[in-house]
Ligand binder design. Structure first.
Ligand code: HEM
Length: 406
């Protein structure tokens, strides 16, 4: 649709939505499986809210992730001259911006680093980092769980896998927060540039002095003719670093939040620690750390249920809504680790299904299990009404999670 179309009547994914997406989702699901809304930046996008159609959309070949098509579709929707987020070109050639056959090639090259076996080898190190972080909390009555526990664990793990120095973790936190929250174009653009420069420099150093890490392995990787180009390599590292920690922080945080808000469920999990794994799966469904999947566009008209989306439209798949669709999950608004959350779309679906799912599960399981063991009297440090969710439409996680340890 041209930018001149009157979109003022469309529902908006505004700050109120980010604080509680579920009210708006319930309304949208009742109306249709997919409908047009305005993104926070004021761009008209289709949002797919029902489970069956969301799943269908995630594996629909007519829905493309090609970055040029997305840029074109955005340009067609915004006023000329609007101040926008730039695309840092060197960071764009990654899995979440490509369709087959490029996607197939890139995914195959990096998959080796994330096989269940490879991930399981990381378990002792994950246990060690978790134990050290929990030690550091001892002696304090109240902590901010995200900053002091949920953030350092995944960033340390993915940094060690890739070979990123520990003294850059704080910089990374600053940059990726700016990228994910996406509040203003200037800070997003500057964070994107800083991250790009840092990764390029890191890759250059690994070329000269390779180590026993994933970046060095990716530099070396050769699969017939399928070598990674320099922008592909840098973009891959960028995606792994950002995807590798931003979401896992929120899985750990959201799970602890869900447990502390449901004392009965917490008691059940304490009584049977095997339920921790189920609590993690149920969190992926109930408070999905990725609320809306990354942007897609219709390369051709796409039918989802009884809705036909014309070609060249932007599409967001609402994982957080699909996972609470009563058509698929009974008592969907209830947090119940003992239910079977199997089939949830928390890690996406289809060819872009989360590459790091086994790593994220392992980290979150270890983190929550050890936290509950170590601090059996854990409780929320504030009235739940005071908690604020991050101003992001992509990730769904709390700004802060104050916890009393005893
Ligand atoms: C893709 C969720 C952790 C790497 C995805 C997608 C989702 C997701 C929903 C698909 C997005 C789409 O289709 O638009 C999560 C959640 C995590 C998590 C909820 C933690 C709780 C991780 C970790 C890594 C990772 C730890 C890597 C170390 C990736 C990559 C992709 C991806 C590389 C792109 C895959 C592709 O396009 O083929 N993730 N993720 N993720 N994730 Fe994760």
């Amino acid at each position: 649709m041209p930018a001149t179309t009157d979109n003022s009547a469309l529902p908006v994914l505004d700050d109120a939505f980010m604080q509680d997406p579920y009210v708006k989702y319930a309304r949208l699901r009742a109306e249709a499986p997919a409908r047009r809304v305005l993104s926070r930046a004021g761009i008209p996008v289709w949002v797919v809210t029902r489970y069956a159609e969301a799943r269908q959309a995630l594996s629909h070949p007519g829905l493309s992730k090609g970055v040029d098509g997305i840029k074109k579709a955005i340009d067609a929707q915004v006023e000329p001259g609007a101040h926008r987020v730039e695309y840092v070109d060197d960071l764009q050639s990654h899995l979440l911006n490509t369709d087959p056959p490029d996607h197939t090639r890139l995914r195959k090259l990096v998959l080796k680093g994330f096989t269940p076996r490879r991930v399981d080898d990381l378990r002792p190190r994950i246990e060690e980092i978790t134990a050290r972080l929990l030690d550091d909390l001892a002696g304090t009555a109240e902590v901010e769980l995200l900053d002091q526990f949920a953030f350092p664990l995944p960033i340390t793990v993915i940094s060690e896998m890739l070979g990123v120095e520990e003294d850059r973790h704080d910089d990374f936190k600053k940059w990726t927060t700016a990228l994910i929250n996406g509040v203003d174009a200037d800070s997003v653009n500057s964070a994107g540039r800083s991250i790009g420069e840092y990764i390029a420099e890191l890759v250059a150093r690994k070329r000269v002095a390779p180590g026993d890490d994933l970046i060095s392995a990716l530099i070396e990787v050769a699969d017939g003719e399928d070598r990674l180009t320099e922008p592909e390599l840098i973009s891959m590292v960028f995606l792994l670093l950002v995807a590798g920690h931003e979401t896992t922080v929120n899985l750990i945080g959201n799970c602890v939040y869900d447990l502390l808000r449901n004392p009965q469920r917490l008691a059940e999990v304490r009584a049977d620690p095997a339920l921790v794994d189920d609590a993690i799966e149920e969190t992926l469904r109930h408070e999905s750390p990725v609320n809306l999947a990354t942007m897609r566009y219709t390369a051709e008209p796409v039918r989802l249920g009884d809705v036909e989306i014309p070609a060249d439209e932007l599409v967001l798949v609402a994982l957080g809504s699909a996972n609470r669709d009563e058509r698929r999950f009974e008592r969907a608004a209830e947090f119940d680790p003992a239910r079977s959350a199997t089939g949830h779309l928390g890690f996406g679906h289809g060819i872009h299904f989360c590459l790091g799912a086994s790593l994220a599960r392992l980290e979150a399981r270890v983190a929550v299990r050890r936290l509950l063991e170590r601090y059996p009297d854990l409780s929320l440090g504030v009235d739940p009404a005071e908690l604020r969710w991050r101003p992001s439409t992509l990730v769904h996680g709390l700004e802060e999670l104050p916890i009393r340890l005893r």
